[in-house]
Design a protein. Structure first.
Ligand SMILES: Cc1cc2nc3c(=O)[nH]c(=O)nc-3n(C[C@H](O)[C@H](O)[C@H](O)COP(=O)(O)O)c2cc1C
Length: 465
């Protein structure tokens, strides 16, 4: 049987978060992101396209690395306004039946005790359709405004997140036994207190003595998404993630590069005692669809004409952790230090002479897709490329980026999804079940038995002990 792929729509609670300058496009609807009707319309489109999730990215800071100022980010609405992504989920869950919601919250700036409560609540109200995209943050401005002296170093962010996950696994997986709620009217007790356990976590970064505040939700632990690409990030993914987002380039080398990325992850999974299919790999891309190839390229040129150089430079500088205004636009992007997203930076520092990026090209490329590569062509050509990335690259599905919202995702749903279905690559209809069951099969509501989170234990003691 042909491998069944998964599709996630890449979004963020902002105006035009991954296509910089497209707020000026006459058909762009992103200004309405503050209203629920915008998100309801998007969810309806995605459910029509039998998407797995609406993926909501998030940052908690302003892009002020470029020119050491937030001017360009503000003027070009670079992921600002930045509304909270968690608030809309319950309304969207009410309006949909199957669509999952993968919501980003940074482990660096959240409290594990509160985050566990938030996601358990979301898992209850969505009937098990929630995923947490675990990020560790990359903007200095996030750190400063959230009470830290500055950004925590790259690898230490992951060390801290490792312990953060230990705490939340204890809360989600161990604190409550499934049958703790007894509602025993005769004995006069709602909860059997002997089945609710304090986690007594004491660690380097967190001390959490108490019990989880929420009873077990359909999935207990939300589906865990992540996007690490550095070596430390991949280790983290291999230990914790059930789905990983990655960027791809649109070159000939992209397929072998993706294949070696997936093979490397599978090896790391094995080191963590997990089966090779325990982690889904989702490269990101931006579809640019035309009824002919020429029309698609014309459309791409039109989109590029809206990209704002300064705004896009602000986004790239924030992602790369380096001020691109200090460089000559005609010089090559090479060997610059980065403490932010290492992979973003590395994707523009090719050592091959024919694949080198000038500063100007890298900035303008980043303006459409924010690092996810555009795939330009007819629905058949786009499906061909996706199929190659699945069959030869080892992808399990995709993170579909947007340009002119909501039109671009609607075009993908109406024109490319039928092509994927015709090739038996993608579902025609949904089956009932939780998000984890959609990804890993019927019956797989909770973390799989080979997942690290199932091995984290607590000493079970009485809540009153
Ligand atoms: C598709 C994709 C989406 C991401 N979304 C977010 C996000 O919403 N918020 C965030 O802080 N970081 C986000 N990141 C950044 C990652 O969490 C991570 O920092 C990055 O991939 C770099 O990992 P590395 O430092 O291990 O290379 C995203 C990365 C990718 C590839």
């Amino acid at each position: 049987m042909t491998k069944q792929i998964h599709l996630n729509a890449f979004a963020q609670h902002s105006v035009s978060p991954h296509a910089i300058g497209l707020w000026k496009h006459p058909d762009h609807e992103g200004d309405a992101h503050g209203s629920l009707s915008y998100w309801l319309k998007l969810s309806e489109i995605l459910e029509r396209g039998t998407f797995d999730t609406l993926f909501l990215a998030d940052v908690l800071g302003i892009y002020d690395v470029y020119e050491g100022s937030s001017r360009a980010a503000l003027e070009q609405a670079v992921q600002v306004p930045a509304h909270d992504p968690t608030v809309i989920v319950s309304a969207l869950a009410q309006a949909t039946k199957h669509l999952g919601f993968a919501v980003t919250v940074s482990a660096t700036y959240a409290s594990p005790y509160k985050l566990a409560r938030l996601f358990s609540t979301l898992d209850h109200v969505t009937d098990g359709r929630i995923a947490w995209n675990v990020v560790t943050g990359y903007l200095e401005s996030e750190a400063r405004n959230l009470g830290l002296a500055g950004r925590i170093q790259h690898d230490e962010r992951y060390d801290r997140a490792d312990e953060f996950l230990d705490v939340v696994y204890k809360l989600w997986e161990q604190s409550w036994e499934r049958d703790a709620i007894v509602k025993d009217v005769q004995k006069g007790r709602y909860i059997d207190s002997s089945k609710v356990h304090p986690i007594r976590h004491e660690g380097k970064y967190f001390d959490v003595p108490g019990i989880h505040l929420v009873d077990p939700s359909p999935q207990r632990t939300p589906v865990l998404f992540q996007a690490g690409a550095s070596s430390r990030g991949r280790d983290f993914a291999a230990k914790h993630a059930e789905a990983i987002f990655t960027d791809t380039q649109n070159s000939k080398e992209a397929v072998p590069a993706l294949r070696s990325f997936t093979a490397d992850l599978r090896r790391r999974l094995q080191w963590n005692g997990r089966r090779p299919d325990a982690l889904k790999v989702f490269p990101g891309f931006v579809p640019v669809v035309g009824s002919t190839e020429e029309e698609a390229w014309r459309h791409y040129e039109e989109l590029k004409s809206y990209v704002n150089y300064d705004g896009s430079a602000a986004l790239l500088s924030g992602h790369a952790g380096f001020d691109f205004s200090t460089l000559d636009p005609d010089e090559y992007v090479e060997n610059l230090p980065s403490g932010a997203i290492q992979s973003t930076f590395e994707s523009y520092t090719s050592t091959k002479p024919d694949a080198k990026w000038t500063v100007r090209d890298a900035i303008l490329h980043h303006g459409i897709g924010a690092g996810s590569t555009p795939i330009v062509g007819t629905p058949e050509q786009i499906a061909d490329r996706l199929e190659t990335l699945v069959v030869d690259g080892g992808a399990d599905g995709f993170n579909v980026g947007q340009t002119v919202t909501l039109r671009s995702i609607e075009t993908f749903v109406d024109e490319v999804v039928p092509e994927l279905r015709a090739r038996s690559l993608f579902r025609e209809t949904y089956e009932d079940g939780t998000l984890r069951e959609r990804l890993f099969g019927k019956g797989q509501r909770e973390l799989r038995d080979d997942h690290y989170g199932r091995r984290v234990t607590i000493e079970k003691g009485d809540v009153f002990a």
